[in-house]
Design a protein around this ligand. Structure first.
Ligand SMILES: Nc1ncnc2c1ncn2[C@@H]1O[C@H](COP(=O)(O)OP(=O)(O)OP(=O)(O)O)[C@@H](O)[C@H]1O
Ligand SMILES: [Mg+2]
Length: 513
């Protein structure tokens, strides 16, 4: 219950008001003069000061002015009460001194309480807005920091690839390429995290459920984390129950739960530390535990670690800090699976332990098994196709054109829909790779226009776009696109999609422009 400071030099009046406030459920402290009131406001930060205008030392108007002019106490509510007959000039004077409202005595108990409650409602709404704005500022600062981290090495890698900097006989180029590609993956993951954060905020994460062997998913996630563990020379102990741990879930999302926890364990544990993973069944649940010997979590931070964008002060300063999305996602996903997650830590330097519970699948054997993914799929090199690229981002279009030409395809590009329609009529592409957010006529309208034209009615349509929500995918599919890729799509995936396109008869040779 909010704390209210009741300031009045008249003992009887003060006592009466305190009683009314306590009966309404507020915590109350009292002061009999202005100086005492200012001290109490600074020391106890009450939510509201019920302030009599006439006080023996400093006037209530001045007390209010001082409360409101000190940044530390400025958000404290002040309700001025005057025993004098109400003159509108008094009221104006009180409000001008910064008071949030004004009542003149005698005040009915109900009227006093209703006024206080109304002021508190506004106060808490305003505080929530201020907190949200503060969180957003912090988040934007973290985001900028996190985006710059991978951008810096990518820029350096580009400098290294400049022929003017070539060092004959060195493997500098290969090294720079590997570095840029690693950092690109990192950037891609940040964008994925951001999108997941937006989905958490809107509560619309969808699961593709099937019957999963949690043991197998855990082993695969552990294998994927091995390089990171080895890079920090961390030891790991793994204890997995031999009993099958079948659960109903989304394989990709369950593996995301485990890898987020593992990557935290690695990230927040020093070089040479220890990480323990165990999987067991407890009556109707599968229990997965990931413990580390790392930096641990402060007791006051522990209850908040699962909140979106929450990071400890220490974590936020780290070069590999992330956005504070990982655990929020773990919690949301565990709950969507009918499970739960809890965090434990004995404090700084004492390590941390995260326990996830999933309900075991009982009588769910009829569900489809998760599709198996082949780890290494062969590289596809397909017969040459005629390909039209339309993207208003010239670098995106040009780089894709260069890559496709190296693969032997006959490629043309345009940067807007009308030129695409013009060019397509004579070029008769087998495939059109279209961006969706084009200026003027967008990619979907362009697709419909191509479909209507006899020379392109059979052209295969592939969308490569920054838009990746479920509704974006269904809109591209409705417009006639066969495939929808979200930028930055791996080039291999685009090649594979192109290889599925039949080469149209009579298109074997290129038509000169
Ligand atoms: N194993 C751990 N040991 C100590 N602190 C942890 C551990 N896991 C999480 N934390 C604390 O909880 C915070 C939130 O974790 P979360 O995974 O959500 O975000 P992050 O790791 O900072 O960034 P992201 O996961 O989005 O890249 C971390 O910033 C860190 O302070
Ligand atoms: Mg994390």
């Amino acid at each position: 219950m909010p704390l209210i400071l009741n300031v009045d030099d008249n003992e009887g009046a003060r006592y009466a008001k305190s009683r009314i406030l306590r009966e309404a459920g507020f915590n109350v402290m009292e002061s009999r003069n202005g100086r005492g009131a200012l001290e109490a406001v600074r020391a106890h930060a009450p939510a509201l000061v019920l302030l009599n205008v006439k006080l023996p030392d400093i006037s209530g108007i001045d007390v209010c002015r001082q409360i409101k002019s000190d940044p530390q106490t400025a958000t404290t509510l002040v309700l001025q009460v005057s025993a004098q007959a109400l003159r509108s000039s008094d009221k104006i004077c009180a409000l001008e001194s910064g008071a949030d409202s004004y009542l003149s005595e005698p005040v009915e108990a109900e009227e006093l309480i209703a006024n206080i409650r109304a002021l508190l409602r506004l106060h808490f709404a305003e505080k929530a807005l201020r907190d949200a704005a503060h969180r957003q500022d912090c988040f934007l600062a973290t985001l900028a920091h996190e985006l710059r981290n991978p951008l810096a090495p990518i820029r350096n890698a580009i400098e290294l690839l400049d022929p003017a900097r070539a060092v004959p006989g060195s493997d500098q180029d290969a090294h720079a390429l590997r570095m840029a590609s690693r950092q690109m993956d990192h950037l891609g993951r940040l964008v994925d995290d951001l999108l997941d954060a937006a989905r958490i905020a809107r509560g619309n994460i969808e699961l593709q459920k099937s019957l999963l062997d949690l043991g197998a998913v855990t082993e695969a996630a552990l294998e994927a984390a091995r390089p990171a563990l080895q890079a920090k020379q961390q030891r790991s102990t793994v204890r997995m129950t031999p009993a099958p741990c079948l659960i109903v879930g989304d394989g990709v999302r369950v593996s995301q739960i485990i890898s987020n926890l593992l990557s935290n364990a690695v990230k927040y544990t020093a070089v040479g530390g220890h990480i323990a993973l165990s999987l067991e069944t407890q009556s109707r649940h599968a229990v997965l535990r990931i413990a580390d010997s790392g930096i641990g979590i402060e007791p006051d931070e522990l209850p908040h670690v699962f909140e979106l964008f929450v990071q400890s002060r220490k974590a936020a300063e780290r070069a590999d800090g992330g956005l504070g999305v990982g655990l929020a996602l773990v919690k949301e996903l565990a709950q969507l699976h009918g499970g739960s997650v809890v965090a434990r830590s004995d404090g700084p330097g004492q390590g941390a332990e995260f326990t996830v519970r999933f309900p075991l699948a009982i009588g769910a054997q009829a569900l489809p098994q998760a599709p198996r993914r082949d780890a290494e799929e062969g590289r596809t090199r397909s017969a040459p196709r005629r390909i039209l690229i339309t993207d208003d981002n010239v670098d995106c279009a040009t780089s894709l054109l260069m890559l496709l030409e190296i693969e032997g395809h006959d490629v043309r590009m345009t940067h807007d829909a009308l030129s695409a329609i013009d060019l397509a009529a004579s070029f008769r592409p087998d495939v059109a790779i279209l961006d969706i957010g084009l200026p003027g006529m967008d990619g979907r309208e362009l697709a419909r226009a191509l479909r209507r034209h006899p020379s392109t009615e059979n052209t295969d349509l592939i969308a490569v776009t920054g838009y990746g929500l479920a509704e974006d995918r269904s809109a591209t599919s409705a417009a006639g696109f066969r495939r929808h890729f979200v930028k930055p799509a791996p080039f291999e995936d685009i090649l594979e999609a192109i290889s599925q396109v039949p080469v149209a008869a009579g298109h074997a040779t290129s038509v000169p422009l």
